[in-house]
Design a protein around this ligand. Structure first.
Ligand SMILES: Cc1cc2nc3c(=O)[nH]c(=O)nc-3n(C[C@H](O)[C@H](O)[C@H](O)COP(=O)(O)OP(=O)(O)OC[C@H]3O[C@@H](n4cnc5c(N)ncnc54)[C@H](O)[C@@H]3O)c2cc1C
Ligand SMILES: CC(C)=CCC/C(C)=C/CC/C(C)=C/CSC[C@H](N)C(=O)O
Length: 497
């Protein structure tokens, strides 16, 4: 090779390296959905890929998605995701790092109504509660608490894995890394089967566990054992919410991620081949979206889908993929949140008049004659644990029901009411274990976050999925295969700081 040839070769090589370096460090990224999943993904993508990467976040509705509020006569109340567990460390960290603050969630007394009578009623005296629980159910309540605590203990391992940058390519692998086959077993079997095998009585399951599944997931003990445990942890003490509304976390994450918010509806994603300056073809994704009556499109190297993929919720078409992207037909549970400011008709639930009725929440058993899942007192998003009415104003109650309440139904529950407002949701997956979680990697650089909801749907789960997808995209972009799907992580990380 002559000196000239050598110089030419070196120049060409340098150009290739330069281009690859640019290509490696500056991909363009699209995130579809600005709920807690999409905005946390954008936040972590920025942390991993650095300041020069272009990140566009598409949102067809409001930032926050299923984190939203409703206005009742000048005050805002949570209408979607409302309570956060004290051990939900990503949510905790967001609030701290984004300059937000926490308020304690209302923790009034709880009763369980079976359509005829209150089968269980909490007392404000701890010791009386203990005696009541043991009297009715033996030590099952304590055993249940220990069962949930054990699952939560293992769940906490995810924070260590993620802080060391490890990512998972499937929800099943993520669950397995937390608690091995037992954890996967929880996901693959119904809560009912798991708890029956563990010796819990029918009475305890009907009167305590089912009502908790109904208030939290609008379903019965036929849901999987993992989401059942998450739901039970939603009765732990110390639950909290974000002052001003949980949706503030999403808008602050978006701001902190320095992403561009594109207010538009994504209609399709298509794999395309583009020829780079080098003449080398490269794969990109064309995202076609609608803003008002206009249709636009842009090209991205990486796409993260952060919304449930089904016709009713996102309706995104995947075009020209070979093999085609799998179709998702998973059913989401319809649920209506109704907020009512009024005077409760306490005699529906007990013979006591309102001034002697001290329950803050009434849960219900699985009785087809009941038209509500639950009813509970709520505080405005600005206030701490204080569902007290200001002088001569009525309380605000939150009702969850499978269908919208009729006026007759509202008038059955309330002696009188000043104001009622409702929001209809496709709230959470309808859980039918055993089932397969949708893949996280849909295509080479196309990722799907919401499969995690099939393990359990909660704010923290979406934040974990957002972090995982950002790490996965980063590692796959850079060829860091050793950071993905590592086995025995818990044992290996025990010895690392
Ligand atoms: C009534 C209710 C109560 C709940 N209570 C709790 C609770 O107390 N605690 C808890 O932890 N969790 C709770 N949850 C669950 C929690 O709210 C959800 O798991 C979580 O908010 C899901 O966030 P996400 O970002 O994954 O999805 P979403 O919030 O659904 O975000 C997806 C976003 O994508 C947008 N989008 C969809 N399609 C497109 C498209 N084609 N183009 C552009 N944008 C699109 C949507 O508009 C939406 O904003 C509750 C949920 C409901 C409905
Ligand atoms: C993810 C982990 C480990 C814990 C989350 C625990 C949690 C906050 C569970 C609640 C989940 C949920 C979907 C609640 C819906 S209803 C909430 C509340 N009862 C209300 O009245 O709004």
């Amino acid at each position: 090779m002559s000196v000239v040839d050598l110089r030419r070769f070196k120049n060409k090589h340098a150009k290739l390296v330069r281009e690859k370096t640019l290509f490696l460090f500056f991909p363009t990224v699209a995130v579809i959905g600005a709920g807690i999943g999409g905005t946390s993904a954008a936040y972590y993508l920025r942390q991993k890929f650095g300041k020069d990467v272009k990140i566009d976040v598409f949102e067809k509705g409001k930032v926050g998605g299923r984190l939203a509020t409703l206005n009742v006569q000048g005050q805002e109340f949570e209408s979607g995701g409302s309570i956060i567990h004290p051990l939900n460390l990503h949510m905790k960290r967001f609030v701290k790092d984004l300059g937000l603050s926490a308020v304690q969630s209302p923790s009034g007394l709880v009763g369980v109504y079976n359509g005829e009578t209150l089968v269980y009623e909490e007392s404000s005296w701890f010791i009386i509660n203990m005696i009541k629980l043991i009297w009715h159910y033996g030590f099952q309540s304590l055993r249940m608490h220990m069962w949930v605590e054990d699952i939560l203990d293992k769940f906490m391992r995810i924070y260590r894995y993620q802080s060391h940058d490890y990512a998972f390519s499937s929800v099943e692998k993520l669950l397995h890394s937390l608690g091995g086959d037992d954890y996967l077993g929880l996901f693959n079997r119904s809560l009912l089967e798991t708890l029956q095998k563990a010796g819990f009585s029918e009475k305890f399951l009907d009167e305590i566990i089912t009502p908790v599944m109904r208030v939290n997931y609008g379903q019965t003990t036929n849901i999987n054992g993992f989401v059942g445990a998450v739901s039970m942890s939603g009765t732990d003490p110390g639950l909290w919410a974000v002052k001003g509304g949980n949706k503030l976390v999403c808008s602050r994450l978006l701001q902190a991620s320095r992403s561009n918010l594109v207010s538009g509806l994504v209609m399709s994603i298509e794999e395309k081949t583009r020829t780079k300056q080098t003449g080398n073809p490269s794969k990109v994704y064309e995202v076609v979206y609608q803003t008002g009556s206009e249709t636009h499109s842009d090209f991205y190297d990486i796409v993260l889908v952060a919304t449930p993929l089904n016709r009713k919720m996102s309706n995104i078409n995947f075009l020209n993929f070979d093999p085609p992207i799998e179709e998702f037909h998973q059913h989401y549970e319809p649920l209506v949140t109704t907020l009512i400011k009024g005077e409760l008709n306490s005699t529906v639930f007990s013979s006591r008049a309102l001034n002697e009725f001290h329950l803050g929440t009434v849960l219900t058993t699985d009785n087809p004659d009941l038209f509500i899942n639950s009813i509970g007192l709520v505080s405005p998003v600005e206030e701490d644990n204080n569902p007290q009415p200001k002088a001569d104003t009525a309380h605000v109650w939150k009702i969850f029901s499978a269908a919208a309440l009729t006026k007759e139904q509202i008038l059955k529950l309330f002696v009188s009411y000043d104001y009622a407002v409702k929001q209809s949701w496709l709230a959470y997956p309808h859980y039918t274990p055993p089932e397969k979680c949708p893949s996280i990697i849909l295509h080479d650089q196309l990722y799907y976050l919401n499969g995690i909801e099939f393990a359990a749907s909660a704010m923290e789960m979406s934040a974990i999925a957002g972090y995982n997808a950002a790490l996965l995209a980063y590692h796959r972009w850079n060829g860091n295969t050793h950071m993905i799907d590592q086995e025995d992580l818990y044992e290996r990380l025990k010895t690392e700081l």
